[in-house]
Write a protein that binds this ligand. Structure first.
Ligand code: ZN
Ligand code: ZN
Ligand code: FE
Length: 750
């Protein structure tokens, strides 16, 4: 007699909207099991009964053969009583009080692509083709469970053919919530133009040099031909973006390889389900306009990731500039009406569709450091996947920083970092921030018990947090400490570390602007063990936009006089005099230990960049000035001890720099400067290790987006046998601090 057993199984993770239930169904059928599977708001629940060995095989396969974009976090199996089920069924979703992980939007899969370009397929050239293995998820979901009625696809009633696929457990589109076809699904049109084939028409317009706003997955792109300098220039003017590089979309890997160097790792990233913008070293720009990425050695490239992009790029057969559809500093446009209104002055035409975007979702930006992913902007494809924390944290809302804002909500041992929100400097972005906080709270069933924020009183994120004072505890977390904790958590570190936080600006405990900090940190507190000496920022914020003010300020503070420099030639005597006065009388002149500002000052001293039109431009162009980084040479520096704190003095560095100017090319001065900073990192780490016996070094802060600095620092630290941790899945820039804030905030008083 065959012995039958029953098991009840709960599967947690990214298991909804990713073809998991059909997978379970097929598996159950294969092993002749009876029972059911259903989605709850926290998991997929399964009950099976059958022969013991078959049930065991079923459970093994369940954990090893799941669909490509699913992610299993946890499986619970318990015995259940036999119910004598007659069949295996997929049951209706059931709500409980839990929550589930939600899949990010995923690039169109190979099966859908094949159908898309198959003239005999009923979805031939249908720009909204998708299946359970690909397509929109996070951008269309309003609430859980992830069912069509809870998405922006609810308004499209499936035709018979689609309905059949949707209900067939053996079909690739079984319960594919955004399932659609040309008969029943979303449609494309060009605003104000009657056209049989809006895609062909768009290509014609792009080739004529037009700027077209194209509605995509999580917002609008502004597109133009990347090979047409006049069009790219026009886009720069209209978008008020003078130098910041534009991303380019290319039709396939072979095309990318014509223009850029592509390592295996970079190829994998470009072609991944996330399909981010990957920063690639330029080989030969060829017919691509210089205007696309001025003064840059890298090009941000992505492959088509929606069916619409695939058709466009394949049929246009030219690289397209694809930049977020916004005015600089504002959030990406989301609705048709909003785009028509806000992008009216930028785009000549609008390629629209009637599938609504529920959440804005920018393109993610990454680079590969050898074989390690480095995320610079974390959005499409990555958010809202949570970061797994090394411990449980109270439910906390951390409001993040100002530039490149993200927020973070914690629950259990997850940190849900929002997608890139933007520079939180205006009402539009604040609204986007508030709406997205609401969405995450709802989707993940989080009710914060603590609010965490930066210490900067003027950040909109801080002001938002302070509204909760009196109702909830508000914990202000020092900016650089948040950077370090974020990197510790991402790496699951539990011991104290030497935290190197090098970035632009962050509010310091002493009211000065910090940014060249070495913090001995654990999750509960930190000691500021070393920092760059304080130097003046004449004019405050103005000095960030006009780095020659920093150059003059730093030189004057160091030498008591401003040496004659070619790079400062065009600055009038009058302005120099005012700057000196500002420093002497300390008028609107904060002091900073920022490493980012030191890069700015050096960039200006060398005449590389005297005006920042986007954040980080002087430092980026200083890095880009390096033509050959095979040099070990460096400048000198001094370290002074003030009580227990090491202070890095830059006078010898500036002396060396001034000696070299005019005698040595900027390229070489720049590499020497980068080497110097890397050596300072090792010098400080070694001094601190001697004193504290701590051997683990963590690198965080926006300066580590600089590849030369990052590589040199790693190399030298490895040489000294430090255990080193850097970011990977979380930006090292301010897009990453919300996680650190959430952890520190969530632990206070718990
Ligand atoms: Zn697909
Ligand atoms: Zn249909
Ligand atoms: Fe920062």
């Amino acid at each position: 007699m065959k012995i039958l057993i029953g098991k009840k199984i709960k599967v947690y993770g990214v298991v909804q909207g990713v073809g998991f239930r059909p997978f379970v169904y097929r598996l159950a059928k294969r092993y002749g099991l009876k029972g059911w599977v259903l989605n709850t708001s926290s998991s997929v629940e399964i009950e099976v009964e059958g022969e013991e060995k078959n049930v065991e095989k079923f459970i093994t396969d369940l954990q090893s053969k799941f669909p490509p974009i699913a992610r299993i976090e946890k499986i619970e199996v318990e015995d259940s009583l036999l119910n004598n089920y007659q069949d295996f069924l997929i049951k209706e979703s059931k709500e409980d009080l839990g929550y589930q992980l939600i899949s990010p939007d995923i690039a169109v899969c190979k099966d859908c692509l094949r159908e898309l370009f198959d003239p005999k397929d009923r979805r031939y050239r249908y720009p909204f083709i998708n299946c359970t293995n690909c397509g929109p998820r996070f951008t269309i979901i309003k609430d859980i469970p992830y069912d069509r009625k809870n998405t922006t696809m609810a308004k499209f009633k499936m035709c018979q053919d689609c309905e059949v696929e949707y209900n067939d457990p053996l079909d690739r589109r079984f319960h594919a919530q955004p399932n659609a076809c040309p008969v029943c699904g979303p449609k494309l049109w060009i605003e104000g133009i009657e056209s049989e084939d809006p895609i062909k028409e768009t290509i014609k317009l792009l080739k004529e040099g037009a700027i077209v706003a194209i509605k995509g997955l999580g917002g609008f792109h502004l597109a133009c031909s990347a090979t047409n300098s006049i069009a790219v220039k026009l886009l720069r003017e209209r978008k008020r973006r003078r130098y910041k590089p534009f991303a380019v979309m290319m039709k396939d890997i072979d095309t990318v390889k014509r223009y850029c160097y592509v390592s295996q790792e970079e190829e994998n990233l470009l072609d991944s389900p996330q399909s981010p913008i990957v920063l690639l070293r330029i080989k030969n720009l060829g017919d691509i306009s210089e205007e696309v990425a001025p003064n840059n050695n890298y090009l941000g490239v992505m492959l088509p990731y929606t069916p619409l992009h695939h058709i466009l790029l394949r049929e246009a057969d030219i690289p397209l500039v694809m930049t977020s559809g916004n005015l600089s500093e504002e959030p990406i446009c989301q609705d048709n009406e909003e785009a028509l209104d806000r992008l009216r002055g930028i785009a000549d035409y609008f390629l629209l569709n009637d599938r609504d975007i529920y959440s804005r979702y920018d393109d993610s930006v990454v680079f590969a450091l050898k074989d390690k992913l480095q995320i610079i902007r974390r959005a499409r494809g990555y958010a809202p996947s949570p970061i797994k924390l090394p411990f449980k944290v109270r439910q906390t809302l951390a409001c993040g920083g100002e530039l490149k804002n993200t927020f973070c909500l914690t629950k259990d041992n997850y940190g849900f970092i929002s997608q890139h929100i933007g520079d939180l400097e205006n009402i539009e972005t604040l609204e986007h921030f508030i709406n997205t906080v609401g969405l995450y709270k709802r989707l993940f069933r989080i009710e914060p018990e603590v609010i965490a924020c930066d210490m900067h009183p003027d950040y909109l994120s801080t002001r938002y947090a302070l509204q909760f004072e009196g109702t909830l505890p508000v914990v202000m977390v020092q900016h650089h400490y948040a950077h370090i904790v974020s990197c510790m958590a991402e790496n699951g570190i539990t011991e104290p570390v030497i935290g190197i936080a090098f970035d632009g600006s962050g509010y310091g405990l002493d009211g000065n602007i910090w940014g060249g900090e070495v913090l001995i940190s654990d999750y509960d507190s930190f000691i500021r063990k070393a920092h760059l000496e304080y130097l003046p920022m004449p004019g405050g914020e103005l000095a960030i936009r006009k780095p020659y003010r920093l150059a003059i300020g730093y030189l004057y503070a160091t030498f008591g006089t401003v040496p004659k420099l070619l790079s400062l030639d065009r600055i009038s005597e009058e302005e120099i005099k005012i700057i000196k006065e500002q420093i002497e009388k300390r008028i609107n002149t904060p002091f900073t230990s920022s490493m980012g500002r030191l890069f700015d000052a050096v960039s200006s001293i060398l005449g590389v960049c005297n005006e920042a039109t986007y954040e980080g431009q002087p430092a980026i162009e200083l890095e880009m000035a390096i033509k050959d980084n095979n040099s070990e040479e460096c400048y000198t520096w001094e370290i002074e001890k003030d009580n227990d704190t090491f202070i890095v003095k830059v006078k010898p560095l500036f002396e060396g720099l001034l000696d070299d100017i005019g005698n040595v090319p900027n390229s070489h001065i720049s590499i020497k400067f980068h080497n110097t900073i890397a050596r300072i990192i090792v010098n400080l780490s070694t001094l601190i290790r001697e004193e504290t016996k701590i051997n683990t070094v963590v690198l965080s802060g926006g300066c580590f987006q600089n590849r030369v600095l990052l590589e040199k620092s790693l190399e030298l630290l490895e040489g000294e046998k430090f255990k080193i941790h850097i970011h990977s899945n979380i930006p090292c820039n301010d897009g990453g601090i919300s996680l650190g804030q959430a952890i520190v905030g969530g632990r206070v008083g718990s």
